[in-house]
Design a protein around this ligand. Structure first.
Ligand code: AMP
Length: 607
Protein backbone atom coordinates (compact mmCIF):
# COMPACT_ATOMS: atom_id res chain seq x y z
CA UNK A 1 0.00 0.00 0.00
CA UNK A 2 2.91 2.39 0.61
CA UNK A 3 4.12 3.41 -2.84
CA UNK A 4 7.76 3.90 -3.67
CA UNK A 5 9.80 5.27 -6.55
CA UNK A 6 13.42 6.05 -7.30
CA UNK A 7 14.05 9.44 -5.62
CA UNK A 8 16.53 10.31 -8.34
CA UNK A 9 13.73 10.08 -10.88
CA UNK A 10 11.89 13.38 -10.58
CA UNK A 11 9.46 12.51 -13.39
CA UNK A 12 8.40 9.30 -11.64
CA UNK A 13 7.92 11.19 -8.35
CA UNK A 14 5.76 13.85 -9.95
CA UNK A 15 3.73 11.22 -11.77
CA UNK A 16 3.10 9.41 -8.50
CA UNK A 17 1.90 12.64 -6.97
CA UNK A 18 -0.49 13.19 -9.87
CA UNK A 19 -1.85 9.67 -9.45
CA UNK A 20 -2.35 10.07 -5.72
CA UNK A 21 -4.13 13.39 -5.98
CA UNK A 22 -6.22 12.38 -8.99
CA UNK A 23 -7.45 9.26 -7.24
CA UNK A 24 -7.86 10.88 -3.84
CA UNK A 25 -11.40 9.65 -3.32
CA UNK A 26 -10.74 6.00 -4.16
CA UNK A 27 -7.50 6.01 -2.16
CA UNK A 28 -9.31 7.39 0.90
CA UNK A 29 -11.86 4.58 0.64
CA UNK A 30 -9.09 2.01 0.36
CA UNK A 31 -7.27 3.52 3.33
CA UNK A 32 -10.35 3.32 5.52
CA UNK A 33 -11.10 -0.17 4.34
CA UNK A 34 -7.57 -1.30 5.13
CA UNK A 35 -7.56 0.35 8.58
CA UNK A 36 -10.90 -1.21 9.49
CA UNK A 37 -10.02 -4.65 8.12
CA UNK A 38 -6.76 -4.64 9.99
CA UNK A 39 -8.10 -3.33 13.26
CA UNK A 40 -11.68 -4.55 13.54
CA UNK A 41 -10.57 -6.97 16.26
CA UNK A 42 -9.09 -4.27 18.49
CA UNK A 43 -10.79 -3.60 21.80
CA UNK A 44 -11.41 -0.02 20.79
CA UNK A 45 -13.24 -0.73 17.54
CA UNK A 46 -15.08 -3.78 18.90
CA UNK A 47 -16.79 -1.46 21.34
CA UNK A 48 -18.45 0.33 18.42
CA UNK A 49 -18.49 -1.95 15.39
CA UNK A 50 -20.12 -5.31 15.15
CA UNK A 51 -17.41 -7.50 13.54
CA UNK A 52 -16.99 -8.22 9.84
CA UNK A 53 -20.30 -6.96 8.55
CA UNK A 54 -19.72 -3.56 10.10
CA UNK A 55 -16.50 -2.71 8.31
CA UNK A 56 -18.10 -0.25 5.95
CA UNK A 57 -17.98 3.51 5.67
CA UNK A 58 -21.53 4.07 6.84
CA UNK A 59 -21.22 1.99 10.01
CA UNK A 60 -17.92 3.66 10.72
CA UNK A 61 -19.46 7.10 10.43
CA UNK A 62 -22.59 6.23 12.35
CA UNK A 63 -21.02 4.29 15.16
CA UNK A 64 -17.44 5.34 15.82
CA UNK A 65 -17.40 8.62 17.74
CA UNK A 66 -15.32 11.70 16.96
CA UNK A 67 -12.94 12.03 19.92
CA UNK A 68 -10.46 14.28 21.65
CA UNK A 69 -7.26 13.17 23.33
CA UNK A 70 -8.84 12.88 26.76
CA UNK A 71 -11.27 10.27 25.38
CA UNK A 72 -8.48 7.99 24.18
CA UNK A 73 -5.87 8.77 26.82
CA UNK A 74 -6.87 5.81 29.06
CA UNK A 75 -6.36 3.37 26.16
CA UNK A 76 -2.94 4.77 25.32
CA UNK A 77 -1.93 4.89 28.96
CA UNK A 78 -2.75 1.18 29.30
CA UNK A 79 -0.41 0.42 26.41
CA UNK A 80 2.28 2.62 28.00
CA UNK A 81 1.80 0.68 31.21
CA UNK A 82 2.37 -2.68 29.51
CA UNK A 83 -0.94 -3.96 28.15
CA UNK A 84 -1.09 -5.36 24.65
CA UNK A 85 -1.11 -3.05 21.60
CA UNK A 86 -4.30 -4.66 20.35
CA UNK A 87 -6.31 -2.39 22.59
CA UNK A 88 -6.13 0.04 19.66
CA UNK A 89 -3.96 -1.51 16.94
CA UNK A 90 -3.56 -4.94 15.36
CA UNK A 91 0.00 -4.07 14.36
CA UNK A 92 2.32 -3.88 17.37
CA UNK A 93 2.78 -0.39 18.77
CA UNK A 94 6.55 0.05 18.69
CA UNK A 95 6.83 3.44 20.39
CA UNK A 96 4.83 6.34 21.76
CA UNK A 97 5.36 9.76 20.26
CA UNK A 98 5.31 12.69 22.64
CA UNK A 99 3.40 15.51 21.05
CA UNK A 100 3.99 19.17 21.82
CA UNK A 101 0.26 19.34 22.45
CA UNK A 102 -0.35 18.64 26.13
CA UNK A 103 -3.07 17.12 28.25
CA UNK A 104 -3.14 17.97 31.96
CA UNK A 105 0.16 19.77 31.47
CA UNK A 106 1.97 16.75 29.97
CA UNK A 107 2.69 15.83 26.35
CA UNK A 108 0.04 13.77 24.65
CA UNK A 109 1.31 10.29 23.72
CA UNK A 110 0.59 9.06 20.23
CA UNK A 111 0.92 5.40 19.23
CA UNK A 112 3.23 4.50 16.36
CA UNK A 113 4.20 1.36 14.49
CA UNK A 114 7.15 0.11 12.44
CA UNK A 115 5.09 0.48 9.27
CA UNK A 116 4.41 4.12 10.07
CA UNK A 117 8.14 4.86 9.76
CA UNK A 118 7.92 3.55 6.20
CA UNK A 119 4.98 5.84 5.54
CA UNK A 120 7.01 8.79 6.84
CA UNK A 121 9.95 7.83 4.65
CA UNK A 122 7.62 7.78 1.66
CA UNK A 123 6.26 11.20 2.67
CA UNK A 124 9.76 12.71 2.90
CA UNK A 125 10.63 11.16 -0.47
CA UNK A 126 7.71 13.03 -2.07
CA UNK A 127 9.28 16.38 -1.12
CA UNK A 128 12.27 15.73 -3.38
CA UNK A 129 10.65 15.81 -6.84
CA UNK A 130 8.68 18.92 -5.90
CA UNK A 131 11.82 20.89 -4.97
CA UNK A 132 13.52 19.59 -8.10
CA UNK A 133 10.66 20.80 -10.22
CA UNK A 134 11.27 24.37 -9.04
CA UNK A 135 14.99 24.53 -8.29
CA UNK A 136 17.69 23.18 -10.59
CA UNK A 137 20.92 21.55 -9.62
CA UNK A 138 20.07 20.43 -6.11
CA UNK A 139 22.04 17.25 -6.77
CA UNK A 140 25.23 19.29 -7.17
CA UNK A 141 25.77 20.16 -3.52
CA UNK A 142 24.61 19.73 0.05
CA UNK A 143 21.89 20.80 2.42
CA UNK A 144 22.83 22.38 5.74
CA UNK A 145 19.92 21.21 7.83
CA UNK A 146 20.20 21.74 11.56
CA UNK A 147 18.32 18.79 13.02
CA UNK A 148 18.13 17.80 16.66
CA UNK A 149 16.94 15.02 18.90
CA UNK A 150 15.31 15.44 22.30
CA UNK A 151 15.31 13.32 25.45
CA UNK A 152 13.27 10.15 25.51
CA UNK A 153 12.09 7.91 28.29
CA UNK A 154 11.15 4.28 28.65
CA UNK A 155 7.56 3.73 29.71
CA UNK A 156 6.57 0.94 32.11
CA UNK A 157 5.86 -1.30 29.11
CA UNK A 158 9.43 -0.82 27.88
CA UNK A 159 8.20 1.22 24.92
CA UNK A 160 10.12 4.42 24.30
CA UNK A 161 8.26 7.71 24.50
CA UNK A 162 9.92 10.40 22.40
CA UNK A 163 9.18 13.24 20.00
CA UNK A 164 8.33 12.22 16.46
CA UNK A 165 11.48 13.63 14.89
CA UNK A 166 13.71 12.04 17.51
CA UNK A 167 12.03 8.76 16.63
CA UNK A 168 12.62 9.30 12.92
CA UNK A 169 16.25 10.43 13.15
CA UNK A 170 17.08 7.48 15.38
CA UNK A 171 15.37 5.00 13.10
CA UNK A 172 17.08 2.83 10.51
CA UNK A 173 15.01 4.67 7.89
CA UNK A 174 17.03 7.80 8.54
CA UNK A 175 20.37 6.37 9.61
CA UNK A 176 20.60 3.75 6.88
CA UNK A 177 18.91 5.80 4.19
CA UNK A 178 20.05 4.75 0.74
CA UNK A 179 22.39 7.26 -0.84
CA UNK A 180 20.56 9.76 -2.96
CA UNK A 181 22.34 12.77 -4.41
CA UNK A 182 19.44 15.09 -3.63
CA UNK A 183 19.69 14.43 0.09
CA UNK A 184 23.30 14.95 1.02
CA UNK A 185 23.67 16.85 4.28
CA UNK A 186 26.55 18.78 5.83
CA UNK A 187 25.76 17.41 9.31
CA UNK A 188 27.12 13.91 9.96
CA UNK A 189 24.38 11.75 11.49
CA UNK A 190 26.41 11.50 14.70
CA UNK A 191 26.05 15.26 15.25
CA UNK A 192 22.29 15.11 14.68
CA UNK A 193 22.03 12.20 17.09
CA UNK A 194 24.13 13.92 19.77
CA UNK A 195 22.04 14.12 22.97
CA UNK A 196 23.54 17.40 24.12
CA UNK A 197 21.76 20.10 22.14
CA UNK A 198 24.53 22.68 22.61
CA UNK A 199 27.26 20.34 21.40
CA UNK A 200 25.01 19.22 18.56
CA UNK A 201 24.39 22.82 17.48
CA UNK A 202 28.08 23.73 17.64
CA UNK A 203 29.17 20.68 15.65
CA UNK A 204 26.48 21.06 13.00
CA UNK A 205 27.30 24.73 12.48
CA UNK A 206 31.00 23.94 12.31
CA UNK A 207 30.38 21.31 9.63
CA UNK A 208 28.05 23.67 7.77
CA UNK A 209 30.63 26.47 7.79
CA UNK A 210 33.53 24.25 6.72
CA UNK A 211 31.51 22.98 3.76
CA UNK A 212 30.01 26.39 2.94
CA UNK A 213 31.06 26.32 -0.69
CA UNK A 214 28.98 23.17 -1.23
CA UNK A 215 25.84 24.31 0.55
CA UNK A 216 22.85 24.76 -1.79
CA UNK A 217 20.14 25.11 0.85
CA UNK A 218 19.98 25.78 4.56
CA UNK A 219 17.25 25.07 7.06
CA UNK A 220 15.79 23.49 10.16
CA UNK A 221 12.35 22.10 10.85
CA UNK A 222 10.76 25.16 12.38
CA UNK A 223 11.72 28.83 11.91
CA UNK A 224 12.28 29.24 15.66
CA UNK A 225 15.01 26.56 15.68
CA UNK A 226 16.74 28.06 12.67
CA UNK A 227 16.84 31.50 14.24
CA UNK A 228 18.25 30.01 17.40
CA UNK A 229 21.07 28.64 15.28
CA UNK A 230 21.72 32.10 13.84
CA UNK A 231 21.91 33.51 17.37
CA UNK A 232 24.21 30.67 18.42
CA UNK A 233 26.45 31.48 15.48
CA UNK A 234 26.52 35.13 16.52
CA UNK A 235 27.62 34.10 20.02
CA UNK A 236 30.14 31.46 18.95
CA UNK A 237 31.55 32.46 15.57
CA UNK A 238 34.98 33.36 16.97
CA UNK A 239 35.34 29.96 18.59
CA UNK A 240 34.04 28.24 15.44
CA UNK A 241 36.51 30.16 13.29
CA UNK A 242 39.36 29.32 15.68
CA UNK A 243 38.52 25.64 15.20
CA UNK A 244 38.49 26.00 11.42
CA UNK A 245 41.78 27.88 11.55
CA UNK A 246 43.54 25.21 13.58
CA UNK A 247 41.67 22.18 12.29
CA UNK A 248 40.68 21.15 15.80
CA UNK A 249 37.43 20.93 17.71
CA UNK A 250 37.04 22.97 20.89
CA UNK A 251 37.63 21.03 24.10
CA UNK A 252 34.06 21.18 25.43
CA UNK A 253 32.86 18.98 22.58
CA UNK A 254 33.18 15.70 24.41
CA UNK A 255 30.39 13.78 22.68
CA UNK A 256 31.38 10.86 20.49
CA UNK A 257 30.30 12.87 17.44
CA UNK A 258 33.61 14.75 17.83
CA UNK A 259 35.47 12.37 15.50
CA UNK A 260 32.97 12.78 12.71
CA UNK A 261 33.43 16.55 12.93
CA UNK A 262 37.23 16.24 12.92
CA UNK A 263 37.10 14.19 9.75
CA UNK A 264 35.04 16.90 8.06
CA UNK A 265 37.42 19.63 9.24
CA UNK A 266 40.24 17.68 7.65
CA UNK A 267 43.10 19.89 8.92
CA UNK A 268 43.65 23.64 9.42
CA UNK A 269 42.17 26.17 6.99
CA UNK A 270 43.36 29.68 7.79
CA UNK A 271 41.90 31.28 4.68
CA UNK A 272 38.38 29.93 5.21
CA UNK A 273 38.41 30.91 8.88
CA UNK A 274 39.45 34.48 7.99
CA UNK A 275 36.72 34.79 5.35
CA UNK A 276 34.01 33.60 7.71
CA UNK A 277 35.26 35.67 10.60
CA UNK A 278 35.34 38.85 8.56
CA UNK A 279 31.73 38.32 7.38
CA UNK A 280 30.59 37.62 10.94
CA UNK A 281 32.47 40.60 12.34
CA UNK A 282 30.40 42.99 10.19
CA UNK A 283 28.26 45.27 12.35
CA UNK A 284 25.02 44.36 10.62
CA UNK A 285 24.01 40.78 10.07
CA UNK A 286 21.56 41.71 7.37
CA UNK A 287 21.83 39.08 4.62
CA UNK A 288 24.36 37.03 6.64
CA UNK A 289 22.99 33.72 5.32
CA UNK A 290 23.74 34.69 1.74
CA UNK A 291 27.19 35.91 2.70
CA UNK A 292 28.15 32.78 4.60
CA UNK A 293 26.54 30.32 2.22
CA UNK A 294 26.75 32.14 -1.14
CA UNK A 295 25.39 29.23 -3.19
CA UNK A 296 22.31 28.69 -1.01
CA UNK A 297 19.14 28.88 -3.10
CA UNK A 298 16.57 28.90 -0.30
CA UNK A 299 15.95 28.60 3.43
CA UNK A 300 13.85 25.56 4.27
CA UNK A 301 11.92 26.17 7.49
CA UNK A 302 8.26 26.04 8.42
CA UNK A 303 7.00 29.61 8.54
CA UNK A 304 3.27 28.94 8.61
CA UNK A 305 0.96 28.99 11.63
CA UNK A 306 2.59 30.38 14.76
CA UNK A 307 5.96 30.36 12.96
CA UNK A 308 4.80 33.21 10.70
CA UNK A 309 5.88 35.62 13.44
CA UNK A 310 9.51 34.88 12.49
CA UNK A 311 9.22 35.82 8.82
CA UNK A 312 10.51 39.42 9.16
CA UNK A 313 13.58 38.33 11.16
CA UNK A 314 14.31 35.50 8.75
CA UNK A 315 13.99 37.87 5.82
CA UNK A 316 16.49 40.19 7.47
CA UNK A 317 19.11 37.46 7.84
CA UNK A 318 18.40 35.67 4.58
CA UNK A 319 19.02 38.61 2.27
CA UNK A 320 16.16 37.78 -0.08
CA UNK A 321 16.49 33.98 -0.20
CA UNK A 322 13.06 32.34 -0.54
CA UNK A 323 11.62 30.90 2.69
CA UNK A 324 10.29 27.45 1.93
CA UNK A 325 7.73 25.63 4.09
CA UNK A 326 7.68 22.16 2.61
CA UNK A 327 5.34 20.13 4.80
CA UNK A 328 2.63 19.94 7.40
CA UNK A 329 2.89 17.05 9.84
CA UNK A 330 2.39 16.02 13.44
CA UNK A 331 3.08 13.25 15.93
CA UNK A 332 -0.29 11.74 15.08
CA UNK A 333 0.25 11.61 11.34
CA UNK A 334 2.06 13.33 8.47
CA UNK A 335 -0.54 15.26 6.52
CA UNK A 336 0.48 17.19 3.46
CA UNK A 337 3.07 18.88 1.32
CA UNK A 338 3.47 22.27 -0.31
CA UNK A 339 3.30 21.84 -4.07
CA UNK A 340 4.37 25.41 -4.74
CA UNK A 341 7.39 25.69 -2.45
CA UNK A 342 8.76 29.00 -3.73
CA UNK A 343 5.51 30.88 -3.19
CA UNK A 344 5.23 33.76 -0.76
CA UNK A 345 5.02 32.45 2.85
CA UNK A 346 1.59 34.05 3.23
CA UNK A 347 0.28 31.95 0.33
CA UNK A 348 1.50 28.54 1.48
CA UNK A 349 -1.06 25.76 1.19
CA UNK A 350 -0.51 22.10 1.92
CA UNK A 351 -1.98 19.38 -0.28
CA UNK A 352 -3.03 16.44 1.85
CA UNK A 353 -1.67 13.12 0.63
CA UNK A 354 -4.68 10.79 0.59
CA UNK A 355 -2.71 7.65 1.42
CA UNK A 356 -1.33 8.90 4.76
CA UNK A 357 -4.53 8.39 6.80
CA UNK A 358 -8.29 8.67 6.47
CA UNK A 359 -9.16 12.36 6.73
CA UNK A 360 -12.42 13.99 7.77
CA UNK A 361 -13.24 17.61 8.39
CA UNK A 362 -15.38 19.20 11.03
CA UNK A 363 -16.61 22.59 9.86
CA UNK A 364 -15.82 25.48 12.21
CA UNK A 365 -17.17 29.01 12.24
CA UNK A 366 -15.57 30.93 9.38
CA UNK A 367 -14.98 34.03 11.53
CA UNK A 368 -14.24 32.87 15.06
CA UNK A 369 -12.81 29.50 13.92
CA UNK A 370 -14.60 28.04 16.88
CA UNK A 371 -16.82 25.01 16.88
CA UNK A 372 -20.15 25.55 15.23
CA UNK A 373 -23.05 25.49 17.62
CA UNK A 374 -24.40 22.21 16.32
CA UNK A 375 -27.71 22.53 18.09
CA UNK A 376 -28.64 25.53 15.96
CA UNK A 377 -28.44 23.37 12.84
CA UNK A 378 -31.26 21.05 13.71
CA UNK A 379 -34.09 20.55 16.12
CA UNK A 380 -32.55 17.51 17.76
CA UNK A 381 -30.25 17.99 20.71
CA UNK A 382 -28.05 14.96 20.13
CA UNK A 383 -24.88 16.88 19.53
CA UNK A 384 -22.86 13.87 18.36
CA UNK A 385 -25.44 13.01 15.72
CA UNK A 386 -25.39 16.60 14.52
CA UNK A 387 -21.63 16.60 14.31
CA UNK A 388 -21.87 13.48 12.14
CA UNK A 389 -24.20 15.32 9.77
CA UNK A 390 -21.78 18.16 9.28
CA UNK A 391 -18.49 16.32 9.10
CA UNK A 392 -17.19 15.92 5.53
CA UNK A 393 -14.73 13.70 3.71
CA UNK A 394 -11.45 14.86 2.20
CA UNK A 395 -12.72 15.33 -1.33
CA UNK A 396 -15.94 17.06 -0.26
CA UNK A 397 -14.54 20.08 1.56
CA UNK A 398 -15.53 23.46 0.15
CA UNK A 399 -13.07 26.07 -1.03
CA UNK A 400 -13.01 29.10 1.29
CA UNK A 401 -14.37 27.23 4.31
CA UNK A 402 -12.63 26.53 7.62
CA UNK A 403 -12.43 23.07 9.17
CA UNK A 404 -10.85 21.20 12.01
CA UNK A 405 -9.03 18.12 10.75
CA UNK A 406 -10.10 14.72 12.12
CA UNK A 407 -7.97 11.65 11.40
CA UNK A 408 -8.21 7.90 11.42
CA UNK A 409 -4.69 6.51 11.25
CA UNK A 410 -2.99 3.19 10.60
CA UNK A 411 -1.61 3.40 14.14
CA UNK A 412 -4.74 3.25 16.29
CA UNK A 413 -6.38 6.68 16.26
CA UNK A 414 -9.99 6.65 15.13
CA UNK A 415 -11.80 9.86 14.22
CA UNK A 416 -9.36 11.81 16.34
CA UNK A 417 -9.53 15.61 16.46
CA UNK A 418 -6.01 16.91 15.92
CA UNK A 419 -6.90 20.42 17.03
CA UNK A 420 -5.65 22.23 13.90
CA UNK A 421 -7.89 24.65 12.04
CA UNK A 422 -7.37 24.72 8.28
CA UNK A 423 -8.85 26.77 5.44
CA UNK A 424 -9.46 25.21 2.04
CA UNK A 425 -7.70 27.27 -0.62
CA UNK A 426 -8.18 25.06 -3.67
CA UNK A 427 -7.66 21.62 -5.10
CA UNK A 428 -4.81 19.86 -6.85
CA UNK A 429 -6.67 17.36 -9.00
CA UNK A 430 -9.11 15.84 -6.50
CA UNK A 431 -6.99 16.51 -3.40
CA UNK A 432 -7.83 19.65 -1.43
CA UNK A 433 -5.20 22.19 -0.45
CA UNK A 434 -5.25 23.83 2.94
CA UNK A 435 -3.81 26.91 4.54
CA UNK A 436 -2.84 26.27 8.15
CA UNK A 437 -4.89 28.78 10.13
CA UNK A 438 -4.23 28.09 13.78
CA UNK A 439 -4.12 25.56 16.52
CA UNK A 440 -7.45 25.35 18.34
CA UNK A 441 -7.30 27.34 21.60
CA UNK A 442 -3.67 28.38 21.39
CA UNK A 443 -2.92 32.01 22.27
CA UNK A 444 0.85 32.00 22.76
CA UNK A 445 3.62 30.08 21.05
CA UNK A 446 7.32 30.84 20.67
CA UNK A 447 8.80 27.46 19.78
CA UNK A 448 6.95 24.14 20.05
CA UNK A 449 5.05 25.38 23.13
CA UNK A 450 1.31 25.84 22.76
CA UNK A 451 -0.26 27.87 25.55
CA UNK A 452 -4.03 28.15 25.64
CA UNK A 453 -6.15 30.91 27.10
CA UNK A 454 -7.03 28.54 29.92
CA UNK A 455 -3.39 27.66 30.70
CA UNK A 456 -2.60 31.35 30.82
CA UNK A 457 -5.54 32.16 33.06
CA UNK A 458 -4.60 29.40 35.51
CA UNK A 459 -0.99 30.53 35.67
CA UNK A 460 -1.88 34.20 36.09
CA UNK A 461 -4.43 33.35 38.78
CA UNK A 462 -1.88 31.32 40.70
CA UNK A 463 0.66 34.14 40.61
CA UNK A 464 -1.99 36.65 41.65
CA UNK A 465 -3.14 34.54 44.59
CA UNK A 466 0.34 33.73 45.83
CA UNK A 467 2.12 37.02 45.37
CA UNK A 468 -0.18 39.99 44.79
CA UNK A 469 -2.80 39.72 47.48
CA UNK A 470 -0.38 39.30 50.37
CA UNK A 471 1.71 41.20 51.26
CA UNK A 472 1.49 43.77 48.47
CA UNK A 473 -2.29 44.04 48.36
CA UNK A 474 -2.48 44.81 44.67
CA UNK A 475 -5.43 44.00 42.47
CA UNK A 476 -4.92 42.62 39.01
CA UNK A 477 -7.54 44.57 37.06
CA UNK A 478 -6.89 43.15 33.59
CA UNK A 479 -4.25 41.28 31.65
CA UNK A 480 -3.30 40.28 28.17
CA UNK A 481 -0.24 38.70 26.58
CA UNK A 482 2.11 38.99 23.64
CA UNK A 483 4.71 36.67 22.11
CA UNK A 484 7.76 38.92 21.78
CA UNK A 485 10.07 37.55 19.11
CA UNK A 486 12.01 40.74 18.48
CA UNK A 487 15.03 39.14 20.14
CA UNK A 488 16.25 35.54 20.04
CA UNK A 489 15.05 33.51 21.81
CA UNK A 490 11.59 35.06 21.98
CA UNK A 491 9.70 35.29 25.25
CA UNK A 492 6.21 35.67 26.68
CA UNK A 493 5.14 39.16 27.73
CA UNK A 494 2.18 39.70 30.03
CA UNK A 495 0.64 43.14 30.27
CA UNK A 496 -0.85 43.65 33.72
CA UNK A 497 -2.95 46.55 34.91
CA UNK A 498 -2.46 46.73 38.68
CA UNK A 499 -4.21 48.88 41.25
CA UNK A 500 -3.62 49.25 45.00
CA UNK A 501 -6.50 47.59 46.83
CA UNK A 502 -7.32 50.66 48.92
CA UNK A 503 -6.56 53.62 46.67
CA UNK A 504 -6.59 54.84 43.13
CA UNK A 505 -2.95 55.89 43.22
CA UNK A 506 -0.45 54.34 40.84
CA UNK A 507 0.70 50.99 42.27
CA UNK A 508 3.98 50.73 44.17
CA UNK A 509 5.86 48.00 42.37
CA UNK A 510 8.28 45.92 44.32
CA UNK A 511 10.92 44.19 42.16
CA UNK A 512 10.97 41.00 44.18
CA UNK A 513 7.17 40.60 44.19
CA UNK A 514 6.89 41.17 40.49
CA UNK A 515 9.79 38.85 39.68
CA UNK A 516 8.18 36.19 41.83
CA UNK A 517 4.97 36.66 39.82
CA UNK A 518 6.93 36.11 36.60
CA UNK A 519 8.47 32.91 37.98
CA UNK A 520 5.20 31.63 39.37
CA UNK A 521 3.49 32.04 36.01
CA UNK A 522 6.31 30.08 34.40
CA UNK A 523 6.14 27.33 37.02
CA UNK A 524 2.43 26.94 36.25
CA UNK A 525 2.77 26.73 32.47
CA UNK A 526 2.84 23.29 30.90
CA UNK A 527 5.57 20.72 30.41
CA UNK A 528 6.52 21.79 26.89
CA UNK A 529 6.82 25.47 27.85
CA UNK A 530 9.03 24.56 30.79
CA UNK A 531 11.13 22.21 28.65
CA UNK A 532 11.67 24.97 26.10
CA UNK A 533 12.68 27.36 28.90
CA UNK A 534 14.73 24.94 30.94
CA UNK A 535 16.36 22.38 28.69
CA UNK A 536 16.13 23.75 25.16
CA UNK A 537 16.63 27.42 26.10
CA UNK A 538 14.40 28.18 23.13
CA UNK A 539 12.25 30.61 25.13
CA UNK A 540 13.63 33.50 27.17
CA UNK A 541 12.53 34.63 30.68
CA UNK A 542 8.88 35.63 30.96
CA UNK A 543 8.27 39.35 31.30
CA UNK A 544 5.49 41.27 33.02
CA UNK A 545 4.95 44.82 31.78
CA UNK A 546 2.80 46.74 34.24
CA UNK A 547 0.66 49.34 32.50
CA UNK A 548 -0.93 52.47 33.97
CA UNK A 549 -4.50 52.47 35.25
CA UNK A 550 -7.00 52.93 32.45
CA UNK A 551 -4.83 51.28 29.79
CA UNK A 552 -7.29 48.46 29.19
CA UNK A 553 -10.08 51.01 28.74
CA UNK A 554 -7.99 52.57 25.98
CA UNK A 555 -7.44 49.09 24.54
CA UNK A 556 -11.18 48.53 24.49
CA UNK A 557 -11.79 51.90 22.79
CA UNK A 558 -9.23 50.94 20.19
CA UNK A 559 -10.73 47.48 19.55
CA UNK A 560 -14.22 48.97 19.28
CA UNK A 561 -12.93 51.59 16.85
CA UNK A 562 -11.58 48.69 14.79
CA UNK A 563 -14.97 47.01 14.58
CA UNK A 564 -15.41 44.99 17.82
CA UNK A 565 -18.90 45.16 19.22
CA UNK A 566 -19.03 47.11 22.49
CA UNK A 567 -21.74 44.81 23.87
CA UNK A 568 -19.79 41.68 23.24
CA UNK A 569 -16.33 43.11 23.89
CA UNK A 570 -13.99 40.75 25.67
CA UNK A 571 -10.43 41.71 26.49
CA UNK A 572 -8.22 39.89 23.98
CA UNK A 573 -6.01 37.52 25.94
CA UNK A 574 -3.28 37.87 23.39
CA UNK A 575 -2.33 40.75 21.11
CA UNK A 576 -0.26 40.76 17.96
CA UNK A 577 1.94 43.57 16.66
CA UNK A 578 0.04 46.67 15.58
CA UNK A 579 -2.21 49.27 17.18
CA UNK A 580 -3.19 47.25 20.27
CA UNK A 581 0.44 46.53 21.13
CA UNK A 582 1.38 50.18 20.62
CA UNK A 583 -1.31 51.27 23.06
CA UNK A 584 -0.12 48.82 25.69
CA UNK A 585 3.56 49.55 25.22
CA UNK A 586 3.08 53.30 25.38
CA UNK A 587 1.61 52.99 28.87
CA UNK A 588 4.16 50.72 30.52
CA UNK A 589 5.18 51.87 34.02
CA UNK A 590 7.36 48.91 35.01
CA UNK A 591 9.04 45.90 33.41
CA UNK A 592 10.01 42.76 35.28
CA UNK A 593 11.55 39.47 34.23
CA UNK A 594 11.59 36.02 35.71
CA UNK A 595 14.91 35.61 37.51
CA UNK A 596 14.99 31.84 37.57
CA UNK A 597 14.46 28.99 35.16
CA UNK A 598 11.24 27.03 35.85
CA UNK A 599 11.43 23.48 37.11
CA UNK A 600 11.38 20.80 34.44
CA UNK A 601 12.31 17.17 34.39
CA UNK A 602 11.87 14.52 31.72
CA UNK A 603 8.43 13.05 31.44
CA UNK A 604 7.46 10.98 34.49
CA UNK A 605 6.12 7.46 34.14
CA UNK A 606 2.93 8.17 36.05
CA UNK A 607 -0.30 8.62 34.13
P1 AMP B 1 3.71 17.78 17.25
O1 AMP B 1 2.55 16.88 17.52
O2 AMP B 1 4.41 18.21 18.48
O3 AMP B 1 4.59 17.18 16.25
O4 AMP B 1 3.12 19.11 16.62
C1 AMP B 1 2.33 19.05 15.48
C2 AMP B 1 1.62 20.35 15.32
O5 AMP B 1 2.53 21.37 14.89
C3 AMP B 1 0.56 20.29 14.27
O6 AMP B 1 -0.62 19.69 14.71
C4 AMP B 1 0.41 21.77 13.97
O7 AMP B 1 -0.35 22.41 14.96
C5 AMP B 1 1.85 22.26 14.04
N1 AMP B 1 2.44 22.22 12.69
C6 AMP B 1 3.08 21.19 12.10
N2 AMP B 1 3.44 21.50 10.85
C7 AMP B 1 3.02 22.76 10.64
C8 AMP B 1 3.07 23.64 9.54
N3 AMP B 1 3.66 23.32 8.39
N4 AMP B 1 2.51 24.87 9.68
C9 AMP B 1 1.94 25.23 10.84
N5 AMP B 1 1.86 24.45 11.91
C10 AMP B 1 2.38 23.22 11.82
Amino acid sequence: MIPSYDPNDTEAGLKLLEDLTTNAEAIQQQVLHQILSQNSGTQYLRAFLDGESDKNLQSFKNKVPVVNYDDIKPFIQRIADGESSDIVSAQPITELLTSSGTSAGKPKLMPSTAEELERKTFFYSMLVPIMNKYVNGLDEGKGMYLLFIKPEIKTLSGLMARPVLTSYYKSQHFRNRPFNKYNVYTSPDQTILCQDSKQSMYCQLLCGLVQRSHVLRVGAVFASAFLRAVKFLEDHYKELCADIRTGTVTSWITDSCRDSVLSILNGPNQELADEIESECAEKSWEGILRKLWPKAKYVEVIVTGSMAQYIPTLEFYSGGLPLVSTMYASSECYFGINLNPLCDPADVSYTLLPNMAYFEFLPVDDKSHEEINFASHSNTDDEDALKEDLIVDLVNVEVGRYYEIVITTFTGLYRYRVGDILKVTGFHNKAPQFRFVQRRNVVLSIDTDKTSEEDLLNAVTQAKLNHLQQPSSLLLMEYTSYADTSSIPGHYVLFWELKPRYSNDPPKLDDKTMEDCCSEVEDCLDYVYRRCRNRDKSIGPLEIRVVSLGTFDSLMDFCVSQGSSLNQYKTPRCVKTGGALEILDSRVIGRFFSKRVPRWEPLGLDS
